[in-house]
Design a protein around this ligand. Structure first.
Ligand code: PLP
Length: 222
């Protein structure tokens, strides 16, 4: 089931977005067993993203095939110790205090950590992330932190049936990304798109999508 889903998805997703950039697929693996994740990797998944630091730690050794490991969930200072040195991309840096904590933990571990700045394009209270209008300031501040490298932006669109609205938010994210990319040389990822909205996001210029349900089926949180 999972391998079929992965193969089907890899066939369906475009290799490039309309900007000519390669589109990356990150499997969102929260709640999935090591067996399920390994099945997805065997079928062609090369990047996996976790939401919970303990889950990341507990499954770390069992994952086969050395996929890139991303963190996509809410980051907490006291749990960074499970991640630093083992995570290839922290996608969900959503506040300056967590960026400072990650930089200092990275420095003491002797690593440079690659991060994305999380933006909250719909201004939703329930989600983390900087407002689009704060993105430039956040980049300027985080850029001063010696053990972090800013590789782009991450965003989660709101749930909405209004496709025109979602497209306008996604296009605004791409414009924001392009503006900052002109200034920050390590910018290369705009991570935007989940099972329900990835097509629209890629059409508007996302080059990294994070997919859970479409690969693993509906999540079981028990
Ligand atoms: C769970 C999750 C996804 C994937 O969501 P699906 O709708 O299951 O594809 C993507 N991004 C983040 C940050 C997530 O927590």
């Amino acid at each position: 089931m999972i391998s079929e889903n992965v193969e089907k998805f890899l066939k369906e997703m475009p290799v490039k977005n309309p900007f000519g950039e390669t589109v990356r697929l990150v499997a969102a693996v929260k709640t999935q067993s090591v067996e399920a994740i390994n099945e997805a990797i065997a079928a062609g998944i090369t990047m996996i993203g976790d939401n919970h630091a303990q889950e990341f730690r507990d499954k770390y050794e069992g994952i086969c095939g050395s996929p890139q490991r991303h963190f996509i969930g809410r980051m907490q200072t006291n749990k960074l110790k499970y991640l630093v040195g083992r995570c290839d991309l922290y996608q969900s840096v959503d506040r300056l205090s967590i960026a400072e904590a990650l930089s200092s933990k990275s420095a003491s571990s002797g690593v440079i950590s690659d991060i994305l700045i999380e933006i909250n394009p719909g201004g939703e209270e329930s989600k983390g992330g900087f407002k689009p209008s704060e993105a430039a300031y956040a980049c300027a501040e985080i850029c001063k932190m010696p053990s972090l490298r800013i590789c782009g932006l991450m965003a989660m669109l709101p749930e909405s049936e209004d496709e025109a609205y979602l497209r306008s938010l996604a296009r605004n994210m791409r414009a924001l990304y392009d503006g900052l990319r002109a200034e920050y040389k390590d910018f290369r990822y705009l991570s935007m798109g989940m099972s329900g909205d990835w097509k629209l996001c890629v059409e508007c210029g996302s080059n990294m999508i994070r997919i859970g349900t479409a690969l693993f089926g509906k999540r079981n949180y028990n």
